[in-house]
Design a protein around this ligand. Structure first.
Ligand code: GTP
Length: 597
């Protein structure tokens, strides 16, 4: 395809503003799929994505569109996720494009993630076409939202498109705008191959599949390619495009987006942002690439049944093929045995990985409290990164501890402002700014990530009845008065329940955790003390009183089969439990104990 007939674009939007629905429409209007193949939301292919209605993996689809000028264009749509945890996936997808559609729900207006995503698009110099969606809704207020786009984002909205992705109104104008308003890519077909590695994933049939954006040169089957950063060489088995069905093509030229397979076994060789070139005639320019986003939230994941350890390792390896931002390494816990310390981009990311492990690989897991990465400055002048509260050095060796801080942007109708301010203050927030766009407040806060990582987003949704939107970025590390709090069950410390907490909050957190555990741990034949402690000092305590009777006691003399049934039932219940000395703790307790109501 000649360069002038290619358009590479993304859709950026806040969650639920209709990005997937519009993508579906574009595919449908250009005949990308037959009606029978056309399932709703084709781009959100993973089961979990469908259920949660969110887009996790960036996907791409190639559309053929015959425009009003009579020419046929190849439109490559790269899908981007909308959740804050996945901003890195957004940035890498955007850099493979020349333009973006900025979709804003005309009944809602600009939200926190609209801003975050559009700024990323502006950062990589994309041409932006504003699209007001959901104009079919009675609550749509086109003029207000146009003004908002100009005031809050600062881009011209006079030529914003007004559409309904649901009914299809205005979708043809979107296609025309892509062709007429977005620039064509540039590149040199004769130059040595230079391509951007946009994404890679593991496919059960094809092995590792690499999504590429060709800048210069041509890529075809049989070619020996080199991943310049990874210093790995492969021979291409297949190049193709996704319509979204994987369809092999003869070659991929400049400006084109497609995939390649090359019998790649190691996803480690396919780092996103790397430059792919011709091994025989390499380019001299390496693309600047992008900095992969490093995991910011860590937790332990352990099999309930110790025999599942190897299966868990294999399952994590598989998921990592699809997700380079997920990290894991072996860990042993006195309480939980062998497992893995895992790193994630955020809490949603954690939840998704955990659910996939449980569902797709049929594993029963215990997840420990999520923790951020702390910098521990020791008295001998050295600094260590702490990924696991259980590994905290002896306090006498610690000079000071630094924790990550974020800049958070929160947008909400002003009637919820009181509750939101209170929440941010409770979480040690420092207010930076408060502005209004109409009746919507835009709040900027600095917050310690430690206070946000666990349940901030849930709480924000509940104090705003779901109307607040939230986005953040990590800004810096700052010293904090932080301590390690341990929990002792039946006088034994349970390492998996250790947390790092601000000392002003330790007392309340300790008390809340003990109370929670008192409800979560079932009664035993003996009484169980539960304590929270800092160093040797107990700061909170609860006691679970002893159970009075044996469950089978009432079956005395009764029939044996009934007795057996009761014992079986008890055993089944046990599977979800973990033994600590003499005490059994249900696996859910490790997470539930930390939720703050
Ligand atoms: P994420 O994938 O979570 O980022 O969401 P999204 O932006 O892709 O939103 P999606 O397309 O899933 O749409 C969200 C909801 O809005 C769905 O219930 C759609 O049916 C609905 N919706 C999308 N476009 C329109 C529209 O033009 N009009 C109306 N009334 N509803 C729409």
């Amino acid at each position: 395809t000649p360069l002038k007939n290619i358009r590479n674009f993304s859709i950026v939007a806040h969650i639920d503003h209709g990005k997937s629905t519009l993508a579906d429409r574009l595919i449908q209007f250009t005949g990308g799929l037959t009606v029978r193949e056309m399932k709703s939301q084709v781009l959100d292919s993973m089961e979990l994505e469908r259920e949660r209605g969110i887009t996790i993996k960036a996907q791409t689809v190639r559309l053929n569109y015959t425009a009003k000028d009579g020419e046929t264009y190849v439109l490559n749509l790269i899908d981007t996720p909308g959740h804050v945890d996945f901003t890195y996936e957004v940035s890498r997808s955007l850099s493979a494009c020349e333009g973006a559609l900025l979709v804003v729900d005309a009944s809602q207006g600009v939200e926190a993630q609209t801003l975050a995503n559009v700024y990323q698009a502006i950062d990589v110099d994309l041409e932006i076409v504003p699209v007001l969606n959901k104009v079919d809704l009675p609550a749509a207020d086109v003029d207000r939202v146009k003004a908002q786009i100009e005031d809050v984002i600062g881009i011209d909205s006079s030529e914003a498109l007004e559409i309904s992705a649901k009914t299809g109104v205005g979708v043809d104008e979107v296609l025309e705008a892509i062709v007429t308003r977005l620039p064509a890519p540039s590149g040199d077909a004769e130059a040595p191959l230079k391509a951007l590695l946009v994404d890679s994933w593991y496919d059960a049939y094809l092995g590792v599949v690499v999504l590429v954006r060709v800048i210069d040169g041509t890529m075809k089957k049989g070619m020996r390619i080199r991943m310049m950063g990874a210093e790995a060489v492969y021979t291409i088995d297949q190049v193709g495009v996704s319509t979204p069905k994987k369809t092999p093509v003869a070659e991929l030229g400049p400006g084109e987006i497609g995939y390649l397979t090359a019998s790649i076994k190691e996803v480690a060789d396919t780092s996103v942002g790397d430059t792919i070139t011709d091994d025989r005639r390499p380019t001299t320019e390496i693309l600047s690439g992008f900095k992969p986003s490093v995991p910011v939230v860590f937790c332990g994941i352990f099999p309930v049944d110790a025999n599942d350890f190897e299966d868990l390792r294999a399952a994590m390896g598989k998921l990592r093929l699809n997700d380079a931002s997920f990290e894991f390494e072996m860990e042993t816990s006195a309480a939980l045995g062998f497992g893995f310390r895992c790193g994630f981009l955020g809490l949603l990311h954690l939840e998704i990985i955990r659910e996939r492990l449980e569902r797709e690989f049929n594993l029963d897991l215990i997840t420990t409290a999520p923790s951020v990465v702390y910098n521990i400055h020791q008295t001998d002048g050295s600094m260590v990164e702490l990924h696991n509260p259980a590994d905290m050095p002896d306090p006498v060796r610690i000079d000071h501890i630094e924790e990550p801080w974020i800049k958070a942007t929160i947008m909400a109708p002003d009637e919820y402002l009181g509750g939101i301010l209170k929440l941010c203050e409770e979480r040690r927030g420092i207010q930076q700014n408060l502005t209004y766009a109409g009746t919507r407040a835009m709040l900027v806060y600095e917050l310690p990530l430690n206070e946000v990582v666990f349940d901030f987003y849930d709480r924000l949704k509940s104090v705003s009845q779901g109307y607040a939107s939230f986005d953040y970025q990590i800004t810096d590390y700052r010293p904090g008065n932080l301590v390690k709090m341990q929990v002792l069950v039946n006088d034994e410390p349970v390492d998996a329940l250790s947390i790092v907490v601000h000392s002003d909050k330790a007392q309340n957190r300790g008390r809340a955790m003990c109370e929670k555990l008192k409800d979560l741990i079932p009664r035993h034949m003996f009484k169980i003390p539960i304590q929270a402690a800092i160093g040797g000092r107990v700061i909170a305590r609860e006691t679970i009183s002893a159970m009075r009777k044996d469950v089978t006691a009432k079956c005395y003399g009764g029939d044996a089969s009934r007795k057996r049934k009761l014992l079986d039932k008890q055993k089944a219940g046990k599977k979800k439990m973990r033994q600590f000395g003499r005490v059994e703790i249900p696996q859910e307790a490790f997470i539930k104990a930390l939720k703050i109501d």
